[in-house]
Design a protein around this ligand. Structure first.
Ligand code: B12
Length: 224
């Protein structure tokens, strides 16, 4: 293993062990070796976030371990912040919210947090968000992705209303729509004309990354 790979690995291991000091030590060593903050984010911080989400999925874990791992991630992101000015300006934006009539937000918050850790700029509209509010947020923030959560069979249909409202305001082509939440399925997502469905916070990261890549490929008239 060469020096660079060793540093990436050390950062990932320290995050998984929940050791913020170890993360900071390895990040400093990497920066001193001439690594860029973007490289450290891409090769270590994002893979570590995904591995952390995998590790703590299900019910069989000790909550302080999750808290330590998330503190270690936050410490790393904070340490890299002064060096990521350029890339922060280019950060891809995601607007997220729970649809109208629905106040479930635990899963949506996890998704928002994970996307933030993975380097996206997340604008969280909260819960009980009406189609008009989603439309306003897309107009105002010009995100690459609009993400919606619904936990009730009675509110998942709101996602279709939001997509219709985007079409009505000629905004549908400017944004990728990602949906998720308990009763939502891939088939439902397709039936309402969403671009993608994600079943978990971990999946949300890889799907958002691939939507943004597709966006950059200019497959659509995106605001990226
Ligand atoms: C906690 C909870 C509540 C809390 C919500 C607190 C809060 N701040 O969120 C309270 C008590 C307020 C509540 C109220 C109600 N609830 Co409730 N609630 C739940 C419960 C127990 C857990 C939901 C949860 O947080 N899960 C944990 C998170 C982490 O999982 P998640 O939300 O699924 O999110 C994950 C994925 O789905 C995905 N995901 C979620 N959103 C998104 C978005 C995107 C873009 C992507 C990619 C992925 C993604 O990633 C997340 C993380 O991995 C569920 C039962 C259950 N076991 O699911 C019932 C449940 C959802 N509730 C239910 C009901 C019926 C209600 C009420 C109508 C009850 C009532 N009669 O008043 C009200 C509705 C209130 C309203 N208008 O919204 C039903 C829904 C049935 C249905 N299919 O329609 C459930 C399934 C319970 C049941 N078995 O009957 N509830």
């Amino acid at each position: 293993m060469n020096g660079r790979t060793q540093i990436f690995q050390d950062i990932i291991s320290a995050i998984l062990r929940g050791e913020a000091n170890g993360v900071l030590k390895s990040i400093n060593a990497g920066l001193q070796m001439g690594m860029s903050a973007d490289e450290i984010l891409e090769e270590a911080m994002i893979p570590a976030t995904i591995q952390t989400l995998d590790k703590y999925q299900g019910a069989d874990f000790y909550i302080p371990d999750v808290i330590n791992a998330s503190h270690a991630i936050e410490a790393g992101l904070f340490a890299l912040k002064p060096y990521t000015k350029k890339s922060l300006q280019k950060r891809k934006k995601i607007v997220i919210g729970t649809v109208e009539g629905d106040i479930h937000d635990i899963g949506k918050n996890l998704v928002a947090l994970s996307l933030g850790y993975a380097g996206f700029e997340v604008v969280d509209l909260g819960v009980n968000v009406s189609p008009a509010e989603f439309v306003r947020a897309v107009e105002q923030h010009r995100p690459e992705i609009l993400a919606m959560s619904a936990l009730l069979t009675t509110t998942m249909g709101e996602m279709a209303r939001v997509i219709k409202a985007l079409e009505k305001h000629h905004l549908r082509k400017s944004v990728r729509v990602l949906v998720g939440g308990g009763p939502v399925t891939k088939e439902f997502a397709e039936s309402i004309g969403a671009d993608a469905y994600g079943s978990s916070a971990r999946e949300a990261i890889s799907i958002a990354q691939s939507l943004v890549r597709r966006c950059s490929d200019r497959e659509r008239d995106c605001a990226c």
